[in-house]
Design a protein around this ligand. Structure first.
Ligand code: NAP
Length: 194
């Protein structure tokens, strides 16, 4: 069974963006040291436009070959005219309103999101699935998430978009790894205890 990993950035107080989901306040923490870490360890998470700008078009995938995101998250790129934000991965976007995909490389999941992600997890393959967010889709897919990779930026914001758009429920995860960076960012990896 291929792993579904929710890889997400948040504030110290656990928000993935402001109330509207805007996470641009996190960008200044992606400095040289942290970008080098992301490039080496999580190359899949560098979006197509960023790779091009950095001259990293040919970067190989290391952990994931597929990305799943909600239309809210996908919309962030669409606003800038980006229709295939992760062209180096198979791209799936959950949406009931996007009746036609804006890009031939992007497949829309309109019905049975959980069933479709179960199917993707059941496929043969070495590499797993990157759950990009945002909050609502992570809440809906919560039971299928095997691993969390949480980048915590050294700011509090008081209120905002939660990591999971779901109700109160306690689920235990085991801590596998912690990496710290000079600028105060830390990255924790957790596995779900089944
Ligand atoms: N901090 C980070 O690392 C990070 C990462 C990713 C995203 N974000 C932020 O998260 C925000 C978006 O989060 P969000 O919670 O608003 O939206 P989201 O989870 O990205 O997407 C929600 C949308 O997904 C579709 N959807 C949800 N469940 C579905 C289902 N069962 N079947 C089919 N479609 C389904 C719906 O689209 P339709 O309305 O089209 O039907 C829904 O409006 C963005 O502002 C982004 O900046 C932050």
């Amino acid at each position: 069974m291929r792993k579904l990993t929710y890889f997400i950035a948040c504030s110290i107080d656990g928000f993935i963006g402001d109330e509207s989901g805007d996470a641009t306040f996190m960008m200044p923490f992606v400095d040289e040291e942290f970008l080098a870490f992301l490039t080496a360890e999580y190359p899949e998470t560098l979006a197509t436009a960023g790779r091009r700008a950095l001259g990293l078009d040919g970067l190989a995938n290391k952990r994931w070959d597929t990305v799943v995101q909600g239309r809210g998250s996908y919309n962030e790129g669409l606003k800038q005219g980006i229709t295939s934000p992760y062209a180096h991965l198979r791209e799936y976007v959950a949406s009931r309103t996007l009746t036609e995909s804006p890009d031939p490389h992007v497949e829309i999941i309109a019905d049975d999101l959980v069933g479709k992600v179960r199917e993707l997890k059941a496929e043969e393959g070495e590499l797993g699935i990157y759950l990009c967010g945002g909050s609502r889709i992570a809440g809906e897919l919560f039971d299928l998430i095997d691993e969390l990779v949480i980048k915590t930026y050294p700011v509090t914001i008081g209120s905002g978009m939660p990591m999971f758009g779901s109700g109160f429920s306690i689920t235990e995860f085991g801590l596998d790894d912690v990496r710290t960076f000079k600028n105060g960012v830390f990255v924790r990896t957790y596995s779900r205890k089944r």
